[in-house]
Design a protein around this ligand. Structure first.
Ligand code: NZQ
Ligand code: ZN
Length: 390
């Protein structure tokens, strides 16, 4: 196990009525002027936004709004938010929504106190040294942004989708998680969220670090629980207990706990980010396509971890050979994704003829010539992985 520092300063309030603590939590972090960020309309239709704003009014907290954040959020909305925050002298951000809304709010939080262009942080030209505080009311378990220090934004000029990772500054001060708020999710978003949280665990599970039995077992336990609860939420979207288990899994998958003491991978995410940047697909659906492709490549060049996953999580008991066991585990994973209605090929994702040379070029432009924590990959390797998803 490697040395590590682990700090998750986010306060979580979980369960029935969690969102009713919004004003109280904002006051506890001394918020006086708040910008409420939300998406394309689900929180208007459900009445959640109105209920949150009423709390702020009752508590005497000044607020303005920034709505219309789209999935796979882009830089113009961030710039608009930064301008409003400066004009309105906003001191705190409140994200009401999913990963796209939270990530936009995080980017605004980092951009407001910074003199230069906020994209400098995503381009690696500057490091975040301060940010406005941020609270979250979560409506979809998927990206795990409510507990991560990351923000994923696409720069429209060149369609560069980049994940900025910070240890401290972009972690929410509080996150309010009520599973009932996820009852209204369309099935394809529920399923995509499940693929995304599983991917966040796989990215840490596929690690070259030895002697990490505790975090391996945490990851395996989470994966098994998610796979058990997933069919329940798909067949009964208002099953509170199943929704609750899936919601908390989404946070635990990405708040860092599964990555402690080990090197992480992240190739599947990097490769998917290029797909969602170029083709605008749902992140989790893109991952359901890329994960089996990535694992299939690994089954031949570095099968140990895939074989362990197959034996411990996917129930593969009768394959003594690691490559064969890993491949059988991947077949079962694909079956699982398919059972949730997820795509497992480019074609099923709605992309008939993906421009693979473009995806490979952008991937290595954004992430470097060689990528991968588990196994180092060249552009020829990543091209092969994209082709395995055809
Ligand atoms: O925009 P609205 O109308 O709210 O609709 C959203 C959106 O269309 C809808 N939705 C959300 N909650 C709902 C609901 N519809 C009905 N009822 C509800 N309760 O779901 C759609 C997807 O929302 P989005 O926020 O895009 O989903 P998600 O949480 O999956 O976020 C995806 C984004 O997060 C990034 C992804 O790349 C993508 O851009 N990621 C962020 C990470 C991070 N910050 O740590 C890590 C992840 O790996 C990921 O890359
Ligand atoms: Zn993800």
């Amino acid at each position: 196990m490697d040395n590590f520092t682990y700090c998750t300063p986010t306060k979580y309030i979980f369960g029935h009525g969690a969102e009713n603590h919004t004003a109280e939590e904002l006051l506890s972090i001394s918020a006086t002027r708040v910008m409420v960020v939300y998406g394309g309309g689900s929180v208007l239709r459900s009445g959640l936004l109105a209920r949150v704003l009423l709390q702020l009014d009752d508590a005497g907290i000044y607020h303005c709004e920034l709505g219309g954040v789209q999935p796979n959020p882009t830089d113009p909305k961030v710039r608009e938010g930064i301008e409003i925050c400066r004009r309105e002298q906003i001191d705190t951000l409140l994200a009401v929504g999913g990963g796209s809304v939270i990530d936009t709010a995080k980017a605004i939080a980092a951009g407001v106190p910074y003199d230069g262009d906020f994209w400098d942080f995503w381009a690696g030209k500057a490091t975040v040294q301060s940010a406005l505080p941020l609270g979250v009311v979560l409506t979809i378990p998927a990206a795990g942004s409510e507990g991560s220090g990351n923000s994923v934004i696409t720069l429209l000029d060149g369609m560069h989708k980049i994940s900025l990772r910070t240890d401290f500054w972009l972690r929410p001060k509080f996150a309010l998680l009520n599973p009932e708020l996820t009852f209204t999710l369309p099935p394809e978003q529920t399923a995509a969220g499940i693929a995304d949280m599983m991917a966040h665990i796989f990215e840490r599970y596929f690690s070259p670090t030895a002697d990490v039995e505790v975090t391996d077992r945490v990851a395996e336990g989470l994966l098994m629980a998610i796979m058990e609860e997933a069919p329940k939420v798909m067949s009964n979207p208002t099953d509170y207990q199943a929704r609750a288990n899936i919601m908390w899994s989404g946070t635990l998958a990405h708040n860092g706990i599964c990555g402690t003491g080990r090197r992480e991978d992240w190739v599947s995410h990097f490769m998917e980010h290029e797909i969602s940047a170029v083709y605008g697909v749902t992140h989790g659906a893109g991952l359901a396509v890329m994960l089996p492709a990535f694992m299939s490549f690994m089954a031949h060049v570095a099968p140990a971890k895939g074989a362990q996953l197959a034996r411990r999580v996917m129930g593969v008991t009768d394959e003594p050979d690691d490559t064969a066991a890993a491949l059988e585990g991947i077949r079962r994973l694909k079956d699982f994704f398919t059972s949730l209605g997820l795509p497992v090929t480019f074609n099923q994702l709605g992309i008939d003829k993906p421009n693979i040379p473009l995806l490979v070029q952008k991937l290595h432009e954004n992430k470097g010539e060689r990528i991968g924590g588990y196994f180092t990959l060249t552009p020829a390797d990543t091209e092969q992985i994209y082709r395995l998803a055809l």
